[in-house]
Design a protein around this ligand. Structure first.
Ligand SMILES: Cc1ncc(COP(=O)(O)O)c(C=O)c1O
Length: 499
């Protein structure tokens, strides 16, 4: 305990020196300190600590300026016509499409890229189009974003069986042996889809990408949700070869929002049958004949008008990341995450009890910069994470709390059982995160939800230091001393009194 208090009494300079001694590779990421002072200076101008990179990354000022200049100087119209304004826009869109494929080392002979609104829209395209049928299976990991869980409704409606592959506490990694067994049990002649995240948006775990090849060898189509992975890791689609990859660009470089991608292996295209057609997706459609012929490749999936003005900002964003180097970003995030994990886990109350519980790996081995935790009082009672978020906000620290749209990882991490979940559903239409949290508190002080601090490309040591000091401030605090929360979270929306 005395040691824990001494750790916090250090000045930031002492702490930084100790950090650099423990994580010397951080020094090689100095370029990002320069960018923090220029491209991301608004953080320090506002005294803000932004720790919600898994929610969305931050954009560099120059991205906005370059995009603005492009828009200011060009006459750009709705693509897919022959007029000059349209042709200029089409050239920008197609150029961006090529640059995204190049960025992911995805040869155009092997892959197509569909622009979507976000990762969820890309996932929905796969869900609604995949050839599920009676006899086929949808296998997905417990650890998944709800937009991947939601595909089970399409699978169910077409008579496919749904199975969840377990993750194992405390590290919340896949049970690979169990997964391989589940993959082997399917009928290889059926249309089977296996979906998992390359990196968890709940725990930061990087799941083993080798399972892509294993599943494909066993005849499965594989959907890799790369949304939380690509902001800090290289995804090489010549090495890892999933059938479908989904992502949102704002998670990599902050701007633009409203553009995501579905990358499809050409060999997997026949597995997708679009349930409808729309403007832009047909080569021919007739009203009297009531028939249509879908366009080939990506055009069949891009419904209506693309977010065409935003798309060139994707190429600008990719160039920005390339100018830094994704490995540099990943290394910086690894160092800061490693320090934060070690320091948080060492925090003790006056009576020697741990203050923090981390969900997921306690070190940087095969994990990213998403750190999910709960705080406890000296008697081991959970502190309300919503109140913690509120207090963090008062200090200019942006965190995320709740279940992060990943109920499966949360259920396993927090020891919630199927029985707990069934009890929750007895609330009927009244169930929401708040009423469920209350019920779980009554059923044995279980938590339902947590605090997420996620580190990204513009994070520096001062940010993690301020967060650490904020958490250390909960020493010997109780539910009574920290006060009551003044907002509720309902369906992932913040509701304040009077709003
Ligand atoms: C792993 C993962 N998948 C999918 C999504 C959905 O992304 P979007 O909200 O941009 O559709 C998210 C968003 O947080 C995510 O973290």
């Amino acid at each position: 305990m005395a040691e824990s208090v001494a750790q916090e009494k250090r000045s930031i300079e002492e702490a930084r020196a100790d950090f650099l001694a423990r994580f010397p590779a951080y020094k090689e990421t100095g370029l990002l300190d320069e960018l923090r002072a220029t491209e991301y200076r608004r953080l320090d101008e506002h005294g803000q600590v932004y720790l919600d990179y898994t929610g969305g990354s931050l954009y560099a000022e120059s991205q906005i300026q370059k995009h603005f200049e492009l828009m200011r100087s060009g006459v750009l119209g709705n693509p897919h016509s022959a007029n000059p304004a349209s042709a200029a826009m089409t050239e920008h869109v197609e150029r961006t499409r090529r640059s995204v494929l190049r960025y992911f080392n995805a040869p155009a002979e092997d892959y197509i890229l569909v622009f979507t609104q976000n990762a969820s829209a890309a996932l929905k395209l796969v869900g609604e189009s995949f050839s599920f049928a009676p006899g086929s299976r949808y296998l997905l990991t417990f650890d998944n974003h709800n937009s991947v869980n939601g595909i089970r409704e399409f699978a169910r409606a077409k008579g496919a069986a749904i199975q969840y592959a377990p993750i194992v506490i405390p590290d919340l990694r896949l049970d690979v042996a169990r997964l391989e067994k589940m993959l082997s049990e399917a009928d290889p002649a059926a249309a089977n889809l296996f979906a998992f995240p390359a990196q968890s948006n709940f725990s930061g775990v990087k799941h083993r990408l080798e399972v892509v090849a294993t599943a494909r060898r066993k005849g499965w189509s594989v959907l890799l949700d790369a949304a939380a992975f690509v902001p800090t890791n290289r995804l090489d689609l010549s090495a890892v070869q999933p059938d479908f990859v989904t992502l949102s660009f704002y998670k990599i470089f902050g701007y633009p929002t409203g553009v995501g991608a579905l990358i499809v292996r050409r060999s997997a295209l026949p597995k997708l049958k679009r349930p409808w057609f729309a403007g832009g997706t047909v080569n021919f459609a007739s009203v009297q004949g009531q028939t249509h012929v879908l366009s080939p490749n990506e055009a069949a999936f891009e419904d209506g008008t693309l977010n065409y003005l935003a798309i060139p900002a994707v190429e600008i964003g990719l160039r920005h990341i390339e100018s830094i180097g994704i490995e540099t970003i990943g290394e910086r995030v690894r160092c800061l995450t490693g320090w934060l994990l070690e320091e948080l886990l060492a925090l003790r109350h006056g009576n020697g009890r741990a203050m923090v519980r981390i969900y997921g790996p306690a070190n940087t081995e095969a994990r990213g910069g998403t750190v999910t935790l709960n705080l406890y009082d000296p008697q081991g009672h959970l502190l309300d994470y919503r109140r913690v978020e509120e207090l963090a906000g008062e200090e200019g620290i942006s965190l995320r709390t709740g279940c992060f749209c990943n109920p499966g990882a949360g259920e396993i991490a927090e020891g919630l059982t199927e029985e707990d979940m069934r009890a929750g559903f007895t609330l009927g239409e009244e169930i929401n995160l708040l009423s469920f949290v209350r019920m779980m508190q009554e059923r044995g002080h279980k938590s339902a939800g947590a605090i997420r601090a996620s580190i990204g490309l513009a994070t520096n040591f001062a940010d993690v230091w301020r967060f650490f000091r904020f958490v250390a401030g909960f020493r010997d605090q109780t539910r009574l001393t920290i006060g009551d929360v003044s907002f509720d979270i309902e369906s992932c929306r913040i509701i304040r009194d009077g709003s």
